[in-house]
Each structure stands twice: as structure tokens, then as C-alpha cells.
Design a protein around this ligand. Structure first.
Ligand code: UDP
Ligand code: MG
Length: 312
């Protein structure tokens, strides 16, 4: 069996109903490409029959299907990193397991890679998600545009292709709690985008609650910029000058105009405002400190229970 030229990476978390159609469609597309390929599934602590199905795929095509089985749930991006560490191909493609990213779009990504790009992102032309999800993405997009130097049309689309050197750089970075498309954007010398189709989730439900989504997007922002911290420093400076002025005004009113009607309430209002700004600020610093703490602990990013693969 020749070394694969193409590695397709699929994170799997409770996707039993999608895996069979996914594997059928994906392997059909890959067989037609005429390039040697492998698929690496990472089972991210599924509690349903997903792992048994993956074992079955490995038995069917032991040379081409590899399965990494985590001992628990570490999240989509960590699952992808684990597969990146083991991928053998010159080109590495990521794909969701829920059939929202049609495997039939892979040739489009490859064409763009062959044009000389080393990271290609899919852009979902017609996104099939709930209104709230789309709205949240737009908001994050805006924050990302303003605070980082990462420029991409659709950060949430995980149908992407990378050249080996980009993936190697991601693995070497050793980052945890990270956002892979943004990291790849940083490490690539030529980024490209192609429009791809998007389908509604074939079966099962989204693995991202709003809480997990917010956490993921904090990873994106805190991982790539310190601008939010700097904004708060600026805001703190503005508040400090504003309250200093206010002290002067209140003192003037009290001493010279002998006027102190409603003074206490005004002060309370200002105080509440400042306290809430402080709370947000402390929370934000906490996000950065927490991430720094995790890095200092140097725990493994994930623990593998077992890897199914053919040596060679
Ligand atoms: N996923 C994972 N671990 C998680 C959450 C998700 O491996 O903790 C996988 C999931 O099985 C799917 C992909 O990541 O293949 C995208 O997840 P999902 O479709 O739920 O996200 P959405 O499309 O709703 O953003
Ligand atoms: Mg999905």
C-alpha cells in the first residue's frame, strides 16, 4: 500500500446515525480521486455505538481507515489535533461527521490546493443552521475582524484542506484550547477560499450547546489577540478621567452652590456602572489567566485509549 497522499480527518462524538452514510459517500469520493488516501476518525468519547461502527470500517478497509479512541470527550478541535499528529498525507482535509459538509465537495478544495494555496477554507454558500446560530456567527465574525488580523469569510466551516507544512506547524505549536482554522490561517503562506455546499444535520443533534459555543469562541478570541484586554485598559482610563471630572463637579456643587439634591443616587448609579465594568474586566482577565494556567500544568492535551491502524 503506497503512503497516502490524502488524509481525511473526522472528529466523531455520538454520531451513530450518520457514520454509515458518511463512510459510504466519503470513500466513494476518495476512490474516484485516484490518489492514495486514508481516513482518520477520532472517537471523542462517544457514548453511543459510534466506536463499534468505526471498528467495523477499520475491519472493512484496514489499510485506509484509522481510528483514534479517546478515553473521554476533549472537544472537536482537540480530536482534530490528535488526528493531525498521526496523519501521513501530504494534503490533510477536515470534515464534520454529521454530513453537513458534503464529501462530494472535496475535489473543489483539492483544486485550490493544487493552484498553490497551502490552506483552503470552505465558505458555506447557503448555510443550513438555525437563525440564532447564524446570528451568533456573524457577531463573532465581527469581533474577530476587529480584534485580530485573521481574515476569513467563514470561520465556522470545518470543511477545509491544508498542506502538510501547515498541519506540522499546528502540531508543533502545542497549543491547547485552540481554534484550528485560525491557527492554520496564521501558519499558511497562501490562504484560499472556495464556496461549498452545506446541508442540514443528517441525524442526531448539534453537539454544541450555546455554552460550548461561547467557550469555543472565547478560545478563538483569547488565543489570537490581547486586544480585548487593551480595550479594557483604555476604558478604565476613560472612566478614571470621567469620574475625576465628576468629583470636581460634585464638589463644586456642594461647596459653592450648596446643592446636594439626588447626589447619593447619582453616585450609586455611577458606582454600579463602574463595579459592573470591573466585573467584566476581571472575568476577561480570568479567561486569559485560566488558559495560562492550563498551559503551565502541562497535562497531555488528550488521552488515547486505543488506536486502530495497520502498521507500515
Ligand atoms: N464533535 C466532537 N466533539 C465534541 C463536539 C463535536 O468531536 O465535543 C464533532 C461532531 O461529532 C461533528 C463535529 O465535531 O463531527 C461538528 O459538531 P456539530 O455538528 O455538533 O457542530 P455544529 O455543526 O452544530 O456546529
Ligand atoms: Mg454540524
Amino acid at each position: 500500500m503506497p503512503t497516502p497522499e490524502l488524509s481525511v480527518v473526522v472528529p466523531v462524538y455520538n454520531e451513530e446515525a450518520n457514520l454509515e452514510p458518511l463512510f459510504a459517500r466519503l470513500s466513494k469520493v476518495l476512490d474516484q480521486l485516484g490518489r492514495p488516501w486514508e481516513i482518520i476518525f477520532t472517537n471523542d468519547g462517544s457514548r453511543d455505538r459510534s466506536f463499534e461502527l468505526l471498528q467495523g470500517f477499520h475491519r472493512q478497509r484496514p489499510q485506509q481507515v484509522r481510528v483514534i479512541d479517546f478515553n473521554g470527550n476533549y472537544g472537536q478541535h482537540t480530536a482534530i489535533i490528535a488526528a493531525f499528529e498521526r496523519a501521513r498525507g501530504e494534503i490533510i482535509i477536515t470534515l464534520d461527521a454529521d454530513l453537513q459538509n458534503p464529501p462530494e465537495e472535496i475535489p473543489k478544495l483539492l483544486a485550490k490546493i493544487d493552484e498553490g494555496c497551502d490552506a483552503v477554507g470552505g465558505v458555506r454558500a447557503q448555510r443550513e443552521d438555525s437563525f440564532a446560530r447564524k446570528y451568533l456567527s456573524r457577531l463573532i465574525n465581527l469581533v474577530r475582524e476587529r480584534t485580530t488580523d485573521i481574515r476569513m469569510t467563514d470561520q465556522g466551516c470545518m470543511l477545509r484542506a491544508y498542506r502538510r507544512r501547515v498541519v506540522d506547524a499546528i502540531v508543533r505549536s502545542g497549543e491547547r484550547a485552540t481554534f484550528i482554522p485560525a491557527l492554520a490561517y496564521k501558519f499558511a503562506s497562501r490562504n484560499g477560499e472556495v464556496e461549498v455546499a452545506h446541508a442540514a444535520r443528517a441525524a442526531g443533534e448539534s453537539k454544541y450547546s450555546y455554552y460550548k459555543l461561547v467557550r469555543l469562541n472565547f478560545d478563538l478570541i483569547t488565543g489570537f489577540t490581547l486586544v480585548p484586554l487593551q480595550w479594557f485598559t483604555l476604558l478604565a482610563m476613560a472612566c478614571a478621567s470621567g469620574s475625576f471630572l465628576l468629583v470636581l463637579v460634585l464638589a463644586y456643587m456642594r461647596i459653592f452652590l450648596k446643592d446636594n439634591t439626588n447626589g447619593v443616587f447619582t453616585l450609586f448609579a455611577i458606582l454600579f456602572f463602574l463595579v459592573s465594568v470591573c466585573m467584566i474586566c476581571i472575568g476577561l482577565i480570568g479567561e486569559y489567566v485560566g488558559r495560562t494556567y492550563q498551559c503551565v500544568q502541562q497535562r497531555p492535551r488528550y488521552v488515547v485509549r486505543e488506536v486502530l491502524e495497520e502498521k507500515g
